[in-house]
Design a protein around this ligand. Structure first.
Ligand code: FPP
Length: 249
């Protein structure tokens, strides 16, 4: 089946978020070290970004490194950070050529100096691109982000810059790292795990969740298109009933 051809481009999710999982298992399956899985995952990052931009997705967020990932063996963390720097360096040209803006969310200052500066350089160099925004979640976790937002709000209250009765969902969202982006309508997780692993917990309140058995390094354009098609076949009711949704359409 040609999934891309079946997609209704007038009903695309604006924002897709992806939990890229299964690199380690993929490497093991091929009798290699875990880092070999991460290296091969880069091709899937490229394919997914291209596929998303080609069809007209405006925001794509990839969970590249979680706060919890710092607890992995130092060798793997170092290798992932090196891979990040190399990938960013080698992809800047392609991002600019394809009019894709790179951004990042997470506790970025916690990244090694070199990774941080390369990242900022790439963000700066792609900042005027407007076809799609590719957001890397790095040293990110949702609970970290939520606690941080609460701290910032508390500080504003203590300085009398806002009052507690001004706090509502909109104000709270504006203190999250994702404040500039719409909430993802579709969350994809690869590798057959059915968890959200501390990723965009607030933002996925109404997202459709899509799980695939594919391990991340095997994920290709068609897999993204299949997920979008699956999303389009679902009825999103936001707590209402079918008839109300159909009237709104
Ligand atoms: C999860 O697989 C994957 C990661 C923690 C890292 C994702 C990184 C990449 C795809 C490469 C670099 C990315 C960018 C954006 C440059 P896992 O290691 O948890 O796999 P497992 O569950 O099979 O052990």
């Amino acid at each position: 089946m040609d999934f891309k051809k079946e997609i209704d481009i007038n009903d695309l999710p604006k924002h897709i978020a992806v939990i890229m999982d299964g690199n380690g298992r993929w490497a093991k399956k091929h009798g290699k070290m875990r880092i070999f899985g991460h290296q091969n995952g880069v091709k899937s990052v490229r394919e997914t970004s291209e596929a998303a931009a080609e069809i007209g997705i405006k925001y794509l967020t990839l969970y590249a490194f979680s706060t919890e990932n710092w607890n992995r063996p130092k060798k793997e963390v170092d290798a992932l950070m090196t891979l990040l720097v190399h990938t960013i360096e080698s992809e800047i040209k392609t991002l600019n050529k394809n009019n894709i803006r790179l951004e990042a969310i997470g506790d970025l200052e916690n990244l090694p100096k070199k990774s941080y500066s390369k990242l900022i350089e790439a963000i700066e160099s792609t900042k005027n691109n407007d076809r799609m925004t590719l957001i890397l979640a790095l040293s990110y976790s949702s609970r970290w982000e939520i606690v941080n937002a609460v701290k910032k709000i508390a500080e504003k209250i203590s300085k009398n810059e806002i009052s507690s009765d001004m706090i509502d969902q909109k104000l709270f969202s504006s203190f999250l790292t994702t404040s500039k982006y719409p909430d993802p309508e579709l969350l994809i997780r690869t590798s057959g795990e059915f968890r959200v692993s501390n990723f965009l917990l607030w933002q996925i309140a109404y997202a459709e969740l899509y799980f695939t058995q594919k391990l991340w390094p095997d994920f290709r354009k068609d897999d993204l298109y299949e997920a979008i098609l699956n999303y389009q076949k679902r009825e999103r009711r936001f707590g209402m009933i079918s008839e109300q949704i159909n009237i709104q359409k």
